[in-house]
Design a binder for this molecule. Structure first.
Ligand code: SF4
Ligand code: SF4
Length: 298
């Protein structure tokens, strides 16, 4: 039976497509964005998280860890991620949930059981299921396709949210079971894109251009201070999007809360926490795109 690693299923989501949705987050992503807001989605492997405020300092986990990856400091446990094998011995003995897995291995049927709970809400609101990540068209693409196929059999609308760093063959397989695509263009300049995400963007832009000839896309650009939010980047992306038939855009503001997820692994993000863009700064960026004739979602 097909199984996969899921790090969250967000019910009653309203930002990942039309209507009320359930968004399924799959592990594994080919990019390494400096600002990744879901770092647990990067690697297709279960990992241990430490949730500091649940720790009562009993020390049981230190005795269970054969790698010396856990140390006590001021009554709380600290995880040294580089030593951790993610074998889960500590989570087994921690009774407070301070050490726990960042994801679950699930079958397609187990995922569907959760998704079916809100079937009426999807139908009444014109919503459905969104697959996100990580990258649904990445390492776990077979699992993602199995979920999407089952959703279609059960009459649920489907959306895939993707970074588009994948093959056109994979995209064509997803098209058969996906109603809507939400795709990211983060940085238009290829050198800057590679520095910030670890990969070049030629394939991403080519895939988007080709898919836009068949589907009306929603293109998302995250506003990350110092990485993606400069007006030159917005204009360059706008010039590209303007040529795509029916494509709309959405700018997503920076959310500094993501930093906590790195700390669950005893790490710090490459991108410093920073502040979200002001309402005026977001409006200025949207208006640049709107003046180019692009529909921008609010
Ligand atoms: S077993 Fe859990 S509660 Fe006890 S010290 Fe370790 S993390 Fe903290
Ligand atoms: S999962 Fe990591 S921290 Fe926990 S016992 Fe194993 S090596 Fe130690």
């Amino acid at each position: 039976m097909e199984t996969g690693l899921i790090f969250d299923i967000k019910r009653f989501a309203v930002h990942d497509g039309k209507g009320i949705r359930s968004t399924v987050f799959l592990k594994g992503c080919p990019l390494r964005c400096a600002w990744c807001h879901n770092p647990e989605g990067m690697v297709n492997k279960r990992r241990i998280w430490q949730v500091q405020n649940r720790c009562i300092g009993c020390g049981t986990c230190i005795r269970a860890c054969t790698q010396g990856a856990l140390r006590e400091k001021k009554g709380q446990i600290h995880l040294e991620a580089s030593r951790c094998l993610s074998d889960g011995s500590c989570a087994k003995v921690c009774t407070t949930g301070a050490l726990r897995w960042d994801s679950s291995r699930m079958t397609v049927e187990e995922v569907m059981e959760v998704l079916r709970r809100d079937g009426i809400a999807y139908k009444k609101s014109g919503g459905g299921i969104t697959l996100s990540g990580g990258e649904p068209m990445g390492e776990q693409s077979e699992f993602a396709l199995a979920i999407l196929s089952q959703c279609k059999k059960e009459g649920f609308r489907t959306t895939v949210e993707s970074c588009m760093f994948t093959s056109m063959e994979t995209i064509r397989r997803f098209e058969k079971v996906t109603d809507d695509f939400i795709v990211d263009i983060k940085i238009f300049d290829n050198v800057r894109h590679k520095e910030a995400t670890g990969v070049e963007n030629h394939r991403i832009l080519e895939n988007i251009r080709e898919l836009a000839a068949r589907r009306e896309l929603l293109i998302r650009t995250p506003m990350i201070p110092g990485y993606t939010d400069d007006l030159e980047n917005i204009r360059e992306i706008g010039i590209f999007v303007k040529k795509l038939p029916g494509a709309r855009m959405e700018l997503l503001n920076f959310n500094p809360l993501f930093v906590q997820k790195y700390r669950y692994r005893g790490e710090e993000p490459v991108c410093p926490p920073g502040s979200p863009l002001s309402r005026e700064a977001m409006e200025l960026r949207r208006s640049i795109l709107e003046k180019m004739g692009i529909t921008v979602l609010k």
